[in-house]
Design a binder for this molecule. Structure first.
Ligand code: GAP
Length: 508
């Protein structure tokens, strides 16, 4: 792929062409930052959800799941702080009339300077070859050090301005960093204002005095308000977790980058309730466990990194992101937050109900502390898709588009392809498919030449293609072709299920 921007465009158009992701209500020209998942997209999404659920809930005895409603009592959001503090700092450019998130402008400036540092490192790597000591170079090279200092200073100023809610200082930082409007290049900025991200709607008829309610901006609160219900009914003891997968809604202002930043999206969250004072131990535990989970997916290790938060959300005393290298740079994929006892205490105060746990081991009542893991399902989907899509040049000079989705996550596992539509081959192929489809999602395809059908399966990411030919009728063997290596092997039909199972085997 020529460059990352082209690659990203290719991912978006491939996703649409093959039924992974469509713009929402496209016949009406779409709805900004809202997307629909097509037949293949919802299969991949379901596989991602199942993998997360299996590893977080079913493989952990002390984690249970719930499915709370999207609508919640409005006091929920007062208690959680979202009504008052779930804001983005916005700034407008007076010339282009474009609106930006002030924090994103600063982040992009930082990424630009980081890019300069990385270029220096790359140049030095080439110059010094095998002897190159990157850590030493970063710690001693004057240009790298100067740029790192600039980054640290900008981050420090931004953090202190946001913590002090000093929006004028945020504006001044943008001016001091000489940040220009990415579209027009103008530096003519308005003041910075706060904008609340929650969507609201009315419940009940207006005649009865309808109530304003919100579409939840995170799934977490459905877990907090059910803390006692779950703890009592599931008879779980601290430390324990409650997990949930569900939709969340945010009126994002800078909504771009495809399914990376959407207005309606899906989260997979887990709140882990611990003894006060033990939260940092569990925070470190979950940081590490979640990184290991990501690595278990099979995407390249070097695409991940941790990023510790400078600007903490209103509820957290420690927070880190697991960042992933998307085609538009290293960006947040998952957040791990030490949320203290903030949420439960707030709900206790506003509801007047005790949200405490009696710990029989220490004979004490307390409000548990919480460590949260929160991953955006759509971002995970994009991470998989953008890494999987490749254009390969083959030995004969031709090229093929292939989606190297980790086999255990692929929408279809097996394509069943009769060589021709005649001589009873389709019937035999269907018989083979009937023997597999209960276990594996299979696709039957008899249209076009076999080579073209292989390419079609490569393009949608199917890891195995079975070709049924005349020999099959004689000796009950088929050709099994592997997507990534394109290697073909003749095997007995009775061995198929075992062979596929072996290839799809996945350890957590
Ligand atoms: N309960 C904590 C929470 O919601 P967050 O960092 O605001 O924390 C968690 O969001 C995750 O949700 C992010 O790491 C990201 O993957 C995903 N996410 C957040 N906003 C999103 C959006 N507008 N579109 C898609 N995914 C989003």
């Amino acid at each position: 792929m020529a460059n990352q921007e082209d690659h990203f465009k290719a991912v978006i158009s491939h996703a649409k062409e093959y039924g992974y992701v469509f713009p929402s209500s496209e016949i009406y020209d779409g709805l900004s930052a809202v997307y629909d998942y097509g037949p293949l997209g919802c299969e991949l999404k379901n596989n991602l959800k199942q993998y997360w659920w299996k590893s977080m809930v079913q493989l952990n005895e002390n984690i249970v799941g719930i499915d709370a409603a999207i609508f919640m009592h409005p006091k929920t959001w007062k208690a959680s702080g979202h009504t008052d503090a779930f804001n983005d700092p916005l700034i407008d450019n007076k010339d282009s009339k474009k609106r930006y998130r002030a924090d994103v402008l600063v982040e992009e400036w930082v990424a630009k300077i980081e890019g300069k540092i990385n270029k220096e490192v790359q140049k030095a790597t080439k110059r010094f070859g095998d002897d190159f000591d990157e850590a030493q170079f970063r710690a001693t090279n004057p240009r790298v050090l100067r740029n790192q200092e600039k980054i640290d200073e900008a981050n420090k100023q931004f953090k202190s301005a946001m913590n002090a809610e000093d929006l004028e200082a945020v504006r001044q930082l943008i001016i001091d960093l000489d940040i220009a409007d990415p579209v027009s290049g103008s530096r003519n900025w308005t003041e910075v204002r706060q904008f609340n991200l929650m969507f609201s709607t009315e419940m009940g008829s207006t005649a009865d005095g309808a109530q304003t309610i919100y579409l939840r901006p995170e799934t977490a609160q459905g877990i907090f308000v059910n803390f006692l219900n779950v703890q009592k009914t599931a008879r779980v003891k601290v430390p324990f977790g409650i997990a949930q997968i569900g939709k969340a809604f945010r009126n994002e202002i800078v909504a771009r980058q495809f399914i990376f930043r959407m207005r309606e999206f899906e989260q997979m969250e887990m709140q882990f309730f611990v003894r006060p004072g033990e939260e940092m131990k569990w925070y470190e535990h979950w940081k590490e466990a979640r990184m290991q989970w990501h690595l278990s997916l099979g995407l390249p290790k070097e695409k991940y990194r941790f990023h510790d938060h400078l600007k903490m959300a209103h509820y957290a005393n420690a927070a880190a992101d697991i960042e992933f290298e998307f085609p538009f740079g290293m960006k947040e994929l998952e957040g791990i937050h030490s949320r203290t006892d903030f949420d439960l205490k707030q709900h206790q105060a506003l509801s007047g109900k005790k949200l405490q746990y009696f710990d029989p081991e220490i004979n004490e009542n307390y409000v548990p502390y919480v460590v949260e893991t929160s991953i955006g399902l759509d971002r995970l989907f994009l991470a998989v898709l953008s890494t999987a899509l490749e254009t390969e040049t083959l030995e004969d000079g031709s090229s093929r588009v292939v989606m190297k989705i980790p086999a255990f996550l692929a929408p279809y596992k097996v394509a069943v392809l009769p060589l021709t539509k005649k001589d009873g081959l389709p019937d035999k192929a269907r018989e083979i498919m009937d023997g597999l489809k209960l276990q594996y999602n299979c696709q039957y395809d008899e249209k076009d030449a076999i080579g073209k059908r292989y390419r079609r399966q490569d393009a949608i990411g199917t890891p195995f293609a079975l070709t049924v030919d005349h020999q099959t009728l004689e000796d009950d063997t088929v050709t099994i072709r592997e997507r990534d290596s394109m290697e073909q092997e003749r095997i007995k039909i009775e061995e198929l299920a075992g062979r596929i199972a072996q290839k799809l085997q996945h350890t957590f």
